[in-house]
Design a binder for this molecule. Structure first.
Ligand code: WT7
Length: 653
C-alpha cells in the first residue's frame, strides 16, 4: 500500500528554522556548490571558538578525515558556560525520577555542578586530558554532569549502558584502558531499587589493571561494598570542591567520547567521536529537526548509554541552550500513561522516542493519551528502526492530535547525529519513510559498483562525502574502522561511508530505510550483533554450534531467534532447563537485552561445503516462510527439512 502524504502544519511554518522545501533545496545547493564554505559558515556561526580554525576539511588521509583543524574550543563551555550570559536562570535539565521525584538544574546550577565535578576528577581522581573515564550510570542528572565534567577537562568518556552485564562492562573497560569508573549505588525502576555498584565490583574482579578509582554517586541509598583506596563517595567528596574551573583548551579533533556498539564480529567497536565536528552537527540538527525555540521544553526518552542519549539528551539540547527533560523510569510505570502525564505536566514541545515504545504504549494503554492535555506538543520524533505505518498513525493521531510534525530520524552511533530526516515544517512526509538527507549530508543509495540505484530498487545506503560529526575511528583498531565502513563501496575512486543499511529511493528522492544488510539485528531499536550473541551462547559447555538471526517481533521490531546444536544426543528431554541455562549465560555475558525470544534445538546448521552458515535460510525458517532459494549448494540439503521439523515440533508455526 502506498501511504498518503502528510503536509506540514501551516501554523508553524512561518517561524520554522527551515520553512519550506525551497529553503531546503537552497541549502543543499549551497552545500553542493561550496561544501567547505557551507560547513565553515555554520562552524563560525554556531561554535564559540577560543581560537578560530585554519582549515575546514582535511581529506589528505582519507578516510581519516579532519575537520576544523587549528580551531580550539571546549564542549562544556559550548554546552553550559557560554549560556550563562543569556540563560543563567533557565532550566537546563528537568529531571523526573521513577517515583515522581523532581529536580531542576538551571544553567547556572549545572555550570557549578560540572565545575565541582571537573575539579573532583582532576584533583582527587588524577584524571588528565586524554584519559578514559567509564560511566556506568543510571538516568540521573549526575550522568550528564559527569559527561560534561569530562569534556571540561578534556577526558574521554565512555558511557556503558546500565543494562550491560559485568562481563560486557569489563570488556569495554579493558578495551578503553579506563582509569576511573563512575557509577551509582543503583537507582529505581518500576518503584523498586536496583543495583549497579555490585556489577562494577564484579567487572573489576579481574583484568582491569588500568582502573585506579571508582566514584560512586548515591541514588537509591542501598548498602554497597567499599574497597578501601579504590572506591570513593561522590556525594562526600564533592562538598569540598570549588565551583570554579577553567575549561581545558581542546583542539577540534580531540576525541570527545567513545561509545561501544555492535558490529558483525563478536567484539564491540569503540566508536570515537571528535569535539568540534560532533558538537556542531548535534546543535544544528537540534535546531533544524526539532525546530527548537527559546521557551521550548524538549524531551527525549532514550538512555544516556546509547548515542541518542548522548546527542539528543545531553550534547545537542545543551549546546542549543534548550531545556532538556531527563527521566529515570520506564514509560509503563505506574501505568502506560506516564509519558503523556509528563508531557502535560512539563508542557513538552518536542517528544522523541522509539517505535518500540510507541507500539508498547499503544498496546498497553490505547486510551491513556486521551486523559491528558498534550496540546503543547509541536514535534514528535522517532528513531532506532523503521516505524511501521500503524504505529506512525497512532502516534500522529493520538499523541500529536493530528497536527504535530513527525520526524522519522534515521542515523547511527557512527553518524553522530541525524543524517536523513524530515524537516518538521517543510517536508511532506509519508509514514515509514525517513525522507531526505539533511542539508550538507550527501547520502545516496548505490549498488556494489557505486552507481546510484534506479528508483524503487533496493541498494546500499552510503554517504559519499565526509561530514563533521562522522565517526573518526574505532578505538585502538584503525584497520577495522577502514574495513567496516569504507571497504565495500567507492565512488569516483574515493572511499565512501557505508552505513550497513539497505534503502530504496523513489523517483522524487524519498529514501526509505529497509534495514541492515549485515549480521546485525535491531532489537527494540538497539543494535545487537548476531556474532556477539552467538559467542555468548557458545560459552555454555554443552553447546556445539549456534546461529542467531532476527525475527520480526510485534513490539521489539526484531527479536532474537537462536538455532542451537548441542553436543551429544538426547537433549530434548531437558530442553526447558537448557533454554534457561543458555539464557542465563547470555545474561551473564551481555545482559538481559540480548535474551533470546525463541530457541530451537537442531541437529545441525545449514552450511555450504566451505562451512559458511546460510543465514538467509535460517531467517526464512524463523519467519515460517517456505524456502524458495537454491539449497543444492548446502553440504547436506536434507538439513532444511530437519530444521523445519524441529520448528514444528517446538510449536513455532
Ligand atoms: C541503526 C543504528 C541512531 C540512534 C539509535 C540507534 C537503525 C536508526 C532508523 C530509522 C530505520 C533506523 C538502522 C541503523 N535505524 N534509525 N529512523 N529508520 N532504521 O543507533 O544502535 O547505532 O543503530 O538503527 O539500522 O543502522 P544504533
Amino acid at each position: 500500500m502506498v501511504e498518503k502524504f502528510y503536509y506540514p502544519n501551516p501554523a508553524h511554518t512561518a517561524q520554522a528554522a527551515i520553512k519550506n522545501m525551497d529553503e531546503y533545496h537552497a541549502l543543499m545547493t549551497e552545500a553542493r556548490e561550496d561544501y567547505e564554505g557551507f560547513w565553515a559558515r555554520y562552524a563560525r556561526e554556531k561554535i564559540d571558538w577560543f581560537k578560530p580554525f585554519d582549515s575546514v576539511l582535511d581529506d589528505s588521509n582519507a578516510p581519516f578525515y579532519r575537520w576544523f583543524d587549528g580551531g580550539q574550543l571546549n564542549i562544556a563551555h559550548q554546552c553550559v558556560d557560554r549560556h550563562l550570559l543569556t540563560r543563567k536562570n533557565k532550566a537546563a535539565i528537568i529531571f523526573e525520577g521513577d517515583n515522581g521525584d523532581q529536580r531542576i538544574l538551571t544553567y547556572r546550577e549545572l555550570a557549578n555542578e560540572v565545575n565541582k565535578t571537573a575539579n573532583l576528577l582532576k584533583n582527587r581522581f588524577e584524571v588528565v586530558k586524554g584519559d578514559r573515564v567509564v560511566l556506568y550510570m543510571p538516568m540521573i542528572p549526575e550522568a550528564a554532569v559527569m559527561m560534561l565534567a569530562c569534556a571540561k577537562i578534556g577526558a574521554i568518556h565512555s558511557v556503558v549502558f546500565g543494562g550491560f552485564s559485568a562481563e560486557a562492562l569489563r570488556d569495554r573497560i579493558v578495551d578503553a584502558e579506563a582509569k576511573l569508573i563512575v557509577t551509582a549505588d543503583g537507582a529505581f525502576r518500576k518503584g523498586q531499587p536496583y543495583m549497579l555498584k555490585p556489577i562494577v565490583d564484579e567487572a573489576l574482579s579481574r583484568d582491569c589493571e588500568a582502573v585506579r578509582y571508582v566514584c560512586v554517586v548515591e541514588r537509591n541509598g542501598e548498602e554497597v561494598e567499599w574497597k578501601a583506596g579504590r572506591d570513593y563517595s561522590y556525594n562526600e567528596l564533592i562538598k569540598s570542591e570549588s565551583a570554579r574551573c577553567d575549561a581545558a583548551i581542546m583542539e577540534s579533533e580531540d576525541p570527545l567520547f567513545l561509545l561501544y556498539t555492535s558490529g558483525s564480529t563478536g567484539k564491540p567497536k569503540g566508536v570515537q567521536h571528535s569535539s568540534a565536528g560532533y558538537i556542531l552537527w548535534a546543535q544544528m540538527t537540534m535546531e533544524w529537526v526539532f525546530d527548537l525555540k527559546e521557551n521550548d521544553t524538549y524531551w527525549c526518552t532514550a538512555d544516556v548509554g546509547w548515542i541518542t542519549g548522548h546527542t539528543y539528551i545531553v550534547y545537542g539540547p545543551l549546546a542549543a541552550g534548550a531545556t532538556t527533560v531527563m527521566f529515570e523510569g520506564v514509560p509503563t510505570f505506574p501505568d502506560a500513561g506516564r509519558c503523556w502525564k509528563m508531557i502535560e505536566e512539563y508542557q513538552v514541545n518536542q517528544f522523541y522516542t522509539a517505535p518500540t515504545a510507541i507500539r508498547l504504549l499503544h498496546k498497553m494503554g490505547e486510551h491513556e493519551p486521551q486523559k491528558y492535555d498534550m496540546s503543547s506538543l509541536r514535534i514528535l520524533g522517532t528513531v532506532g528502526e523503521p516505524i511501521d505505518p500503524p504505529a506512525w498513525r497512532w502516534y500522529h493521531e493520538k499523541i500529536g492530535g493530528g497536527d504535530c510534525a513527525i520526524v522519522d530520524t534515521y542515523w547511527q552511533t557512527e553518524t553522530g547525529g541525524h543524517v536523513i530526516s524530515p524537516l518538521p515544517f517543510a517536508t511532506p512526509v509519508r509514514p515509514s519513510c525517513a525522507t531526505f538527507p539533511l542539508p550538507g549530508i550527501m547520502a545516496e543509495v548505490i549498488d556494489k559498483e557505486g552507481h546510484p540505484t534506479p528508483a524503487g530498487e533496493q541498494g546500499y545506503l552510503c554517504i559519499t562525502k565526509p561530514w563533521p560529526s562522522m565517526i573518526r575511528t574505532i578505538w585502538g583498531d584503525q584497520e577495522r574502522f577502514v574495513k567496516s565502513y569504507f571497504g565495500d563501496c567507492a565512488k569516483e575512486g574515493k572511499p565512501v561511508y557505508f552505513s550497513g543499511d539497505g534503502a530504496v529511493i523513489d523517483a522524487e528522492g524519498y529514501i526509505t530505510i529497509t534495514g541492515r544488510t549485515d549480521d546485525v539485528i535491531n532489537v527494540s531499536g538497539h543494535r545487537m550483533g548476531t556474532a556477539e550473541v552467538e559467542s555468548a551462547i557458545k560459552k555454555h559447555p554443552q553447546v556445539a554450534a549456534v546461529a542467531v538471526v532476527g525475527k520480526p517481533h510485534p513490539i521489539k521490531g526484531e527479536g532474537i531467534f537462536a538455532y542451537v546444536v548441542m553436543k551429544g544426543e538426547d537433549t530434548i528431554s531437558e530442553e526447558i532447563e537448557l533454554v534457561q541455562e543458555i539464557n542465563a549465560v547470555i545474561k551473564k555475558e551481555i545482559g538481559a537485552i540480548a535474551l533470546c525470544d525463541s530457541m530451537i534445538f537442531v541437529p545441525d546448521l545449514p552450511k555450504t561445503r566451505s562451512g559458511k552458515i546460510m543465514r538467509r535460510i535460517l531467517r526464512a525458517l524463523a519467519k515460517g516462510e517456505e524456502i524458495t532459494q537454491d539449497i543444492s549448494t548446502l553440504e547436506d540439503p536434507s538439513i532444511v527439512d530437519k530444521i523445519k521439523n524441529c520448528c514444528k515440533g517446538a510449536g513455532m508455526h
